[in-house]
Design a protein around this ligand. Structure first.
Ligand SMILES: Nc1ncnc2c1ncn2[C@@H]1O[C@H](COP(=O)(O)OP(=O)(O)O)[C@@H](O)[C@H]1O
Ligand SMILES: [Mg+2]
Length: 405
């Protein structure tokens, strides 16, 4: 059966030309000459793909795209945006609106057809049924939640670098989950565009393994990010039940899952913390942050979390005048497991370029901190034996341990 494509363009010539190219390649073509017409057409005819022009009067391509994504029956249809402007800004805007791919005008007919085919193939894979129930697949991942009740403590910084460290150490993919549903920044730390987010998953009636895997943003460093929704109101779509479902699927598919936690104990957060094998509780060496950590510890105790699951980290986000470690330990009646040094310049650089130290400068001193942390938090069976083909990161960690002894 031939695939059906909806071509949306206000320019008659363009619309005819694109339609002709597509028809020649055996696609069934529907047309609309503006955003409103497109939405009306979608309510009666569901295409397999939408070709969407950006510059249109009344409702432009971005707005049309957002509305298509916001409507559950059409949310999953692949969208290829066409624009006359080939700037990064336009591209980012397109991805943020929820486009799957982007093609600048003028284009060659071969390129158009190739991109259409790639998108169609990808959406076919997405809609395949799950091969097996997650529990039958593999052992569960080791899940590590990074948490602080106070913002700005370095939770995202730690989560992103730890995920990068684990991926480098074991040469294996690591899932990095943004649990902050309003304006979460995990993807930003890795310079990843928001092609897919939690919201795309939460909109589905049935969340299966393929849906979860295809919602992840892939990073060259072998980190797979599940990003925070693009818009604040979408956060409500991500219910505690859906959170649990998605996390369980991720845990069945990866060896390691790192959670960048929000600074709250909402039902959603608890679903995540309950599933964590380790919780890194971060505190800055100042009184408000230490109090927040103390409060978190009390709550973890009330939740009957095993003490061994909690690791206390003091993060020097500022250079001077912080509380002494001994005073912090006395106040919260618990040992500090690790101190992160202050590195303002490195972390600001890292943020602006979307390149965390553990990925950008793997042999530097900051990376060493996170690689070592990654080893300590790894699965016992990984920690205890030398890998057959150790990665450069593993060799560095081993060398540092040897020197310490
Ligand atoms: N050890 C550190 N030294 C200096 N700056 C840091 C350190 N850790 C984090 N920061 C900075 O502190 C700010 C908040 O960090 P972030 O990871 O976003 O915190 P959170 O996720 O807890 O809100 C960021 O600008 C980050 O670069
Ligand atoms: Mg954060």
């Amino acid at each position: 059966m031939s695939k059906r494509i909806l071509v949306v363009d206000d320019d008659d010539m363009m619309r005819k030309m694109t339609s002709t190219i597509l028809a020649r390649h055996e696609f069934e073509v529907l047309t609309a000459s503006n955003g409103r017409e497109a939405l009306a057409s979608l309510s009666t005819n569901k295409p397999d793909l939408i070709l969407l022009d950006v510059m249109m009067p009344e409702m432009d391509g971005y707005e049309t795209c957002k509305q298509i994504r916001a409507n559950p029956p059409t949310a999953a249809i692949p969208i290829l945006m066409l624009t006359a402007l080939a700037s990064i800004e336009q591209k980012v805007k397109g991805f943020e609106a929820g486009a799957d791919d982007y093609l600048a005008k003028p284009f060659e007919s071969e390129e158009l057809v190739a991109r259409v085919n790639v998108l169609l193939r990808r959406s076919e894979i997405k809609s395949l049924p799950s091969p097996a129930a997650p529990s039958e697949r593999r052992e569960m991942a080791r899940t590590i939640a990074v948490f602080s009740l106070r913002g700005g403590a370095g939770v995202t910084t730690t989560a992103v670098n730890l995920a990068g460290g684990l991926a480098a150490l074991w040469g294996q993919p690591v899932a990095l989950v943004d649990m902050v549903m309003i304006a979460g920044q995990t993807a930003l730390f890795l310079n990843q565009s928001l092609r897919n987010t939690w919201a795309d998953l939460a909109q589905l009636n049935q969340i299966d393994t393929d849906a979860v895997l295809s919602a992840l943003l892939r990073h060259d460093a072998n980190v797979f990010t599940l990003a925070s929704p693009r818009r604040p109101e979408q956060s409500e779509l991500v219910t505690p039940e859906k959170t649990a479902k998605v996390l369980d699927i991720l845990r069945s598919q990866f060896q390691y899952v790192v959670l960048d936690m929000p600074h709250d104990l909402s039902e959603r957060s608890l679903q995540a913390l309950d599933r964590a094998d380790a919780i890194l509780l971060i505190a800055q060496p100042e009184i408000a942050s230490v109090r927040a950590a103390s409060m978190a510890l009390e709550i973890f105790e009330a939740l009957e979390y095993n003490e061994k699951k909690i690791h206390l980290i003091v993060n020097w986000t500022f250079p001077r005048m912080g509380l002494a470690q001994a005073d912090i330990e006395k106040f919260i009646n618990s040992k500090v497991d690790l101190v992160l040094p202050c590195a303002e310049d490195d972390f600001v650089q890292a943020l602006n370029y979307g390149k965390p130290p553990v990925i950008n400068a793997p042999e530097g001193p900051l990376s060493a901190v996170f690689e070592d942390m990654a080893l300590v938090l790894s699965k016992e069976e990984h920690r205890k034996t030398r890998p057959q083909n150790p990665t450069p990161a593993w060799l560095r960690v081993a060398e540092r341990m040897r020197k310490k002894k």
